[in-house]
Design a protein around this ligand. Sequence first.
Ligand SMILES: [Mn+2]
Length: 360
Amino acid sequence: MQMTLRWYGSRFDTVTLQQIRQIPGVTGVISTLYDTVPGEVWALERILALKKEVEDAGLTLAGIESVNVHDAIKAGLPERDQYIDNYIATLENLGKADIHLVCYNFMPVFDWTRTELARVRPDGSTVLAYTQEAVDRLNPEEMFSSISGDTNGSIMPGWEPERMEHIKELFDMYSTVDDEALFANLKYFLERIMPVCDKYDINMAIHPDDPAWSVFGLPRIIINKTNILRMMKMVDNPHNGVTFCSGSYGTNLENDLPDMIRSLKGRIHFAHVRNLKFNSPTDFEEAAHLSSDGTFDMYEIMLALYDIGFTGPIRPDHGRMIWGEVAMPGYGLYDRALGAAYLNGLWEAIEKSHKSKIKL
Ligand SMILES: [Mn+2]
């Protein structure tokens, strides 16, 4: 595996590449052209400039998170072919820039959903949190305004104000799309992009829906083992793969995370590893990465990744806000650096104990 950190680019991120370079064992970043909009073709020059900036700082650009998919593609509208052509053109440019990993999601309207961006934990840190009861009390328009005051001045990925202004239209667009239609639209998209992925060896890594169930009545499909295996089978190409995000699949306590990882051998191209603390099955908050601070056994998650021979980029996921840092919620430096060091430690121990067993 290669340990990385997500980085939004020098114009948008409070964390610098120089700081990331000093986290022991972090050798790359996962980045994006944050000011592009879904459906836009990414210019090769801009991709190469991003890559050069990262490499000049002594890091590698390990992949893109995300190239967002236009709603016309997800909703299966007649104009989707034009947007898929644009997506292919972006992939072509990424391939020419020698980039081989693209994370994306197929969630209608909202990306991830949280009801609080700064819940205070007993140690005084603040974290993102979710309560189903709070979602049930809100309508979607209120959802955006209820969290937009807590973003520390950042634009949250998937929650761009321009997009949220059109939220009613977005809901109308998906009014006839159920889970089956969404699966069919995803299949259509993947079948069209696989040739360019084959040509440039680009691994597409779908990010799970978060939380892993329907929110506001919208369809959600990338939520559990059954559905993700169905997706792998429906377009059976190794370039059709997965971002295994423990914090997103883990929102549903019925998902057995190590078992899911083992069932996806060869198809996990990217891993997001973080912990959640459940207060009830429908109320959770983002804990520190350490197993004992949350609900998940992080050792078992890393062991499963080791067992399947995972070699792709991995990153700590959302961190807590600690030590007075002011940053995009979930994306400060300090707690993600602690997360990276901890995950590296688990990996080293697993690797060495495995090798010592072989010697015996
Ligand atoms: Mn994730």
